[in-house]
Design a protein around this ligand. Structure first.
Ligand SMILES: [Zn+2]
Length: 213
């Protein structure tokens, strides 16, 4: 079973009181969710995340894998980030990925992979998550034209203790910011089905590698 979390949701902007509620993320509190970012032309991160997730789910199912998605449309609100983690944990996923694109500085380019820091629930999956993140970094560089981030993390990796999706994970899990939607060069890539399919291919490869080694 593979868990796929396409970050945010297409109608999050319609319900700020729901989205802004505070939830426990395993270490401290954070917002239920946000609207996510968008390109200058208005292509939303929620749509990007959902498109990549859809391609990834198809790739994995074609390989015979079972998939659990935290949302199955881009026309809803939520679920909250802690609930997204619970959906994947409760499905007994063997591995999982949170799919995002960043709203970084306009001059910054590239992708970053967030990896968990131990906080109780995720204690047993820190090493396996790190291995998954390293495999994903390699496959993303090989399968997509996106460079490693010029502004976030260290050499494409960032260890984060402030995200429910990583703090609460009971399976190997990483979050990927696939590029910077606020950078014109990255945005031109991110909106294309070709890039979205290539990103999914890279994720599927890293997932398969991690499950079979
Ligand atoms: Zn996001």
């Amino acid at each position: 079973m593979v868990g796929i979390d396409p970050g945010h949701n297409g109608d999050n902007y319609t319900d700020p009181s729901f989205i802004n509620q505070t939830v426990f993320n395993g270490r401290s509190s954070e917002s239920c969710d946000t609207t996510g970012t968008a390109t200058d032309s208005g292509y939303t991160e929620a749509m990007f995340n959902f498109q990549v997730a859809t391609y990834l789910a198809a790739d994995l199912r074609a390989e015979g894998a079972h998939v659990i998605l935290t949302r199955t449309s881009n026309t809803g609100v939520g679920p909250c980030v802690n609930q997204r983690a619970a959906i994947i944990n409760n499905a007994h996923a063997d591995i999982a990925i949170d799919i995002h694109a960043d709203g970084g500085p306009a001059t910054g380019r590239g992708f970053t992979i967030f990896e968990p820091v131990a906080f109780g629930p995720n204690d047993t999956v820190i090493g396996s998550s790190e291995a998954f993140g390293n495999a994903l970094k390699s496959s993303f560089l090989a399968d997509t034209p996106m460079p490693i981030s010029t502004y976030d993390g260290t050499n494409g990796l960032s260890f984060r203790d402030d995200l429910a999706g990583l703090n609460l994970a009971t399976e190997p899990k990483v979050l990927i910011e696939c590029g910077n939607m606020r950078n014109a060069t990255d945005a031109a890539l991110l909106v294309t089905p070709t890039f979205q399919e290539d990103a999914a291919t890279a994720m599927a490869q890293a997932i398969t590698t991690s499950l079979t080694t």
